[in-house]
Design a protein around this ligand. Structure first.
Ligand code: IPD
Ligand code: CA
Ligand code: CA
Length: 268
């Protein structure tokens, strides 16, 4: 994709995220209609749908030949990432949005012929935009994020994880997970995959381990993490395609091999 086109898409994506974020903030205290999807804890609100519909309308009006993968189904049904594809999670962290009215993000990744070109993760209530263009570094608002430190040791890291690691469908046995969480310095659970990836890029966490993430949870964050030298793979260190669900391991590469080795000891 030529640079001018990329810049134009970037500018539009940023402008539309701002409009969508303002809209969410202005209605944050209004009553919500909350429905459930795959299970009673998989929430969706009218705001998730309204926000995705807004992006889809803008993209289709402006770029009729672009494709869209969106969580709430307003986009296209795609079998490949050929061409220009916008991958959208209108509200990542819907449970936080419903229960806390904070700690959620709008996540938009733009891919061209399978390559991540643009990533934007907008922490709506804090008005913080993490953004990156491939090859041009990552930013938190106007501040360029530093490359990840090379001298990180696993014993001194913080990992974001979710409670699914404790559930019976886990991939790694509990003894290994207990050993792992005791070995590292600490764990966190933020409840938004997009923000979890942005925090790795910012260098305030060192790893993120999450079961069963969808393409829209990670598409934007992957571009941002890659720009500071981080890696986003499955839990065996294999590359991710953005057409299916994955167990995700994002981290500073300094600790990648060691963690994969530890988790392998407990793989079922
Ligand atoms: C969820 C969040 C959460 C992750 C879940 C996702 P949603 O996205 O990213 O952190 O643990 O797996 O489904 O449903 O709030 O968009
Ligand atoms: Ca999500
Ligand atoms: Ca969502």
């Amino acid at each position: 994709m030529d640079i001018q086109m990329l810049d134009e898409i970037y500018k539009n994506a940023r402008e539309w995220i701002e409009i969508a974020g303002n809209n969410i903030r202005s209605k944050i205290n209004q009553p919500l209609t909350v429905d459930t999807k795959s299970n009673p804890n998989d929430l969706v609100t009218t705001m998730d749908k309204e926000t995705e519909a807004f992006f889809v309308t803008k993209i289709k009006e402006t770029y009729p030949n672009h494709f869209i993968i969106g969580e709430e189904g307003f986009g296209d049904n795609l079998a490949s990432l050929d061409g220009t594809v916008w991958i959208i999670d209108p509200i990542d962290g819907t449970m936080n949005f419903v229960h806390q009215k904070r700690n959620f993000a709008i996540s938009i990744g733009v891919y061209h012929d399978r390559i991540g070109e643009i990533g934007m993760v907008y922490d709506v209530m804090n008005d913080v935009l993490y953004h990156a263009k491939r090859g041009q570094g990552a930013y938190k608002n106007d501040t360029k994020l530093s490359a990840l430190k090379k001298d990180v040791v696993l014993e001194k890291t913080i990992f974001a994880m979710n409670h699914f690691w404790l559930c019976p469908n886990r991939l790694v046995d509990e003894i290994t997970m207990q050993k792992f969480v005791r070995y590292i310095r600490g764990t966190r659970a933020y409840g938004s995959a997009a923000l979890d990836l942005a925090y790795i890029a910012e260098g305030i966490t060192d790893g993120y381990l999450s079961l069963g993430l969808e393409p829209w949870d990670i598409a934007a964050g992957m571009v941002i993490v890659n720009e500071v030298g981080g890696v986003v793979t499955d839990i065996d260190g294999e590359p991710l395609d953005l057409l299916s669900k994955h167990h995700v391991f994002a981290c500073n590469p300094a600790i990648q091999g060691e963690v994969i080795g530890i988790l392998k000891e407990g793989r079922k």
